[in-house]
Ligand binder design. Structure first.
Ligand SMILES: Cc1cc2nc3c(=O)[nH]c(=O)nc-3n(C[C@H](O)[C@H](O)[C@H](O)COP(=O)(O)OP(=O)(O)OC[C@H]3O[C@@H](n4cnc5c(N)ncnc54)[C@H](O)[C@@H]3O)c2cc1C
Length: 437
């Protein structure tokens, strides 16, 4: 018996939900019109959109462990606008990309309202914190400029955001917070009702190119003329985009449930979440139960494992060091939390591209493998929208997406091992930053 190389989700999102019973694993050989590999937000959204666009097609979704076991169930909870790594040359480009991700935020809200418990999604805005005076000045000017394009962002001064070391912040009141694990679990029956066959505990071991494609699992096989790769940073282990994606482990923690007076002392007001403006970004959100989820913030809060290993399999001492680093950053921003022991510590995988920008398109010798990848840690609203884009590409409706910066974008090449590992270690240790082009 081979061990699964997708580890168990130990996040506070999982901790705060009742035990979950996954759907039965695939056993034996079957066929489908489309097989979706991966049960995170991208795979679930793609299956849902495909089932709605093509009700006569058989859609099969295969998930190695359980729905939301990957980054979708381990993240920082912020539902954010914009595409990572994409700059805007014109006001129209900015308005287009903002509107695109706004649709993703809206869809998350609509699905949460229709299927999940009331506070699964909230929309009280998210902050981008500026950690030095010069950057704050530039961010203030950029915020005013976006506002002049009609994008509803606002500048908050140092006096409005009472977080140590913060010189001001951009508020996006249209951003929010989601418990994506709860949302995906609650949404699953709607997908099944729409005809999607979901198999959990079903690790895809091999995908044979061709038409039909052959998707081989531990106890079965699916043949299908089309496939959706919704496997985020696990994708290289299936043989795709090995030289384009850097699987990066991101470490995060959650506090115990905080009383209201402690929340007030944190200085982020009633907003849902925040991230800072540093290269090794720190971020967090307030959960429905009243925990602070906090992640990132230093070199030690992120790790690249040789060969892109999907499991953060290090010694307890190395693990403790990583989480101590996250905790130290959290305590610097929020000294009132310094005496609290975390209620949960976990790691999740990010699919980083060299320029941090995503790509949605087709690959394979017959262009029948649809993919949405490279979100680079900014993928909840985008993952939801990616499912829609994939369904459009599948039915041949490409025109709607032509000109979008992610559409069929060639991700820049990342050097192979051992150069990659050596380069990553050298660069991060020397600069404290993350390598990028
Ligand atoms: C710590 C952390 C904090 C983050 N914070 C934020 C945030 O605040 N806001 C934001 O927008 N984004 C955030 N992100 C990023 C966001 O979570 C991801 O971009 C998004 O969830 C990716 O969704 P996905 O469906 O593409 O991938 P995933 O959710 O990773 O889903 C991929 C699925 O594929 C399955 N799988 C993998 N290999 C196989 C296989 N061989 N066979 C079958 N199944 C397989 C996995 O089990 C997994 O469930 C964060 C990520 C992490 C890790």
């Amino acid at each position: 018996m081979r061990t699964l190389d997708v580890d168990v989700n130990r996040s506070s999102w999982a901790l705060d939900l009742p035990p979950y019973e996954p759907s039965p694993a695939l056993a034996g050989t079957t066929s489908a019109d489309v097989v979706v590999v991966g049960g995170g937000i991208t795979g679930m959204s793609a299956a849902w959109h495909l089932a709605r666009r093509c009700p006569d097609r058989r859609i099969v979704l295969l998930e190695a462990r359980a729905i939301g076991n990957g980054a979708s169930g381990r993240n920082g909870g912020q539902v954010l606008n914009w595409l990572n790594g994409v700059a805007h040359d014109t006001p129209d480009d900015a308005r287009r990309d903002f509107a695109f991700t706004q649709q993703g935020v809206q869809l998350i809200e609509d699905i949460a309202r229709a299927h999940a418990a009331p506070a699964t999604f909230t929309r009280n805005g998210c902050l981008e914190l500026c950690t030095d005076a010069r950057r704050a000045e530039a961010a203030h000017a950029a915020t005013e400029q976006l506002a002049s394009y009609g994008i509803p962002v606002r500048w908050l001064s140092r006096a409005d955001v009472r977080v140590p070391g913060v010189h001001g912040a951009t508020l996006d009141p249209t951003a929010g917070r989601v418990d994506m694990l709860a949302l995906l679990r609650a949404w699953k029956p709607a997908l099944v009702a729409a005809g999607v066959a979901i198999h959990e505990g079903t690790h895809v071991r091999r995908i044979d190119d061709g038409s039909p494609l052959r998707v081989v699992t531990d106890a079965g096989e699916v043949r299908a003329p089309a496939l959706v790769l919704a496997t985020n940073a696990y994708t290289p282990s299936l043989g795709f985009f090995r030289d384009r994606l850097l699987p990066l482990h991101a470490h995060a923690l959650a506090t115990p449930v905080l009383p209201p007076d402690l929340w007030r002392a944190l200085g982020i007001g009633g907003h849902d979440g925040f991230s800072d403006d540093l290269d090794r970004i720190a971020y967090g959100c307030r959960t429905e139960s009243g925990r602070l989820v906090f992640g990132g913030g230093s070199n030690a809060a992120y790790a690249y494992r040789y060969g892109g290993a999907p499991v953060f399999d290090v010694s307890p001492a190395a693990r403790a060091r990583a989480f101590a680093a996250v905790r130290a950053t959290m305590n610097r921003y929020f000294p009132a939390l310094a005496s609290l022991e975390p209620a949960a510590c976990w790691s999740g995988l990010l699919d980083i591209t060299f320029d941090r920008a995503p790509s949605i398109g087709t690959t394979g010798s017959r262009r029948n493998v649809y993919y949405a990848l490279g979100y680079s840690g900014h993928g909840l609203a985008l993952g939801m929208q990616a499912g829609r884009v994939i369904a459009d590409l599948y039915v041949g409706d490409r025109d709607a997406w032509r000109g979008f910066p992610f559409c069929e974008r060639r991700m820049p090449r990342i050097p192979p091992e051992p150069l990659r590992w050596v380069g990553y270690q050298a660069y991060t240790r020397l600069t404290g930053r993350s390598p990028r082009r």
